[in-house]
Write a new protein. Structure first.
Length: 192
C-alpha cells in the first residue's frame, strides 16, 4: 500500500522531525517522503560509506516504509563521481573529516592525494593552535610568578626555559604549516 502526502505537509513533517533530533538516520516522516536517489547522492557527497544505507533502510523498515535500495545505490554511485575528486578530497581533509574508504579504486588515488594534503594541513593547524594556547598559559604563569612578593628565581628560570622550548616548537610548526599551505595554493587548492 503506497502512502502519499502533499508537498507542504512533507516539508512540515521533515522540518519538525529534524528539530526533534535523535539517533535515527531518518524519521518516519522522512521515510514516508524519501527521494532515495537524492539521499544516496547526498550520502556519497558527505563521504559516507555504502554501509550507511543499512542504517537508513533499518530506520525506514521499522517505520513501515521500505527503502528503495536500487534508487539509493544509483544516487550513491553518481554522488561518488562528484565526491571522489582531488579537490573534494582536499576540502574533506581540510575540514578534518574522516575518510571512510567510500571511493572506488579507480577514483580513490586522486581523492587521497587531495585528502592527505588537506588532512595534514588540518592536523598541523590544530597543533599550531594548541602550541599557541600552551604558550599563552606559560606566559600568564610567568607573569604571575614575577609579580609574587618573593619571586622564586629557580621556578621562574624553569618556566622561561619551558616557554622558550614551546616558542621554538611553535615557530617550527608555523613554518611547516606555511610551507604546506604554500604547496596547496601552488597546486591550485582553495584555502579558507
Amino acid at each position: 500500500m503506497m502512502r502519499s502526502t502533499t508537498p507542504a505537509l512533507a516539508v512540515l513533517l521533515i522540518g519538525s522531525s529534524a528539530m526533534l533530533g535523535g539517533c535515527a538516520t531518518m524519521s518516519p516522516e522522512e521515510c514516508m517522503v524519501a527521494d532515495w536517489y537524492r539521499i544516496g547522492e547526498q550520502d556519497a557527497r558527505a563521504g559516507r560509506s555504502n554501509d550507511f544505507l543499512a542504517q537508513r533502510a533499518g530506520d525506514c523498515d521499522e517505520a513501515g516504509y521500505p527503502a528503495d535500495v536500487d534508487a539509493w545505490r544509483a544516487g550513491f554511485e553518481d554522488g561518488l563521481l562528484s565526491f571522489c575528486t582531488i579537490d573534494e578530497g582536499f576540502r574533506f581533509g581540510l575540514e578534518g573529516q574522516r575518510y571512510q574508504n567510500s571511493c572506488p579504486t579507480g577514483l580513490e588515488r586522486d581523492f587521497l592525494e587531495g585528502y592527505d594534503l588537506g588532512h595534514n594541513i588540518h592536523q598541523l593547524s590544530a597543533r599550531v593552535d594548541a602550541s599557541r594556547r600552551e604558550l599563552e598559559r606559560i606566559n600568564r604563569q610567568l607573569r604571575d610568578l614575577e609579580r609574587e612578593e618573593r619571586p622564586d628565581r629557580e621556578e621562574i628560570a624553569d618556566v622561561r626555559e619551558r616557554r622558550d622550548r614551546v616558542s621554538d616548537r611553535l615557530r617550527a610548526e608555523e613554518v611547516e604549516l606555511a610551507t604546506l599551505r604554500g604547496v596547496a595554493q601552488g597546486r591550485g587548492f582553495r584555502l579558507r
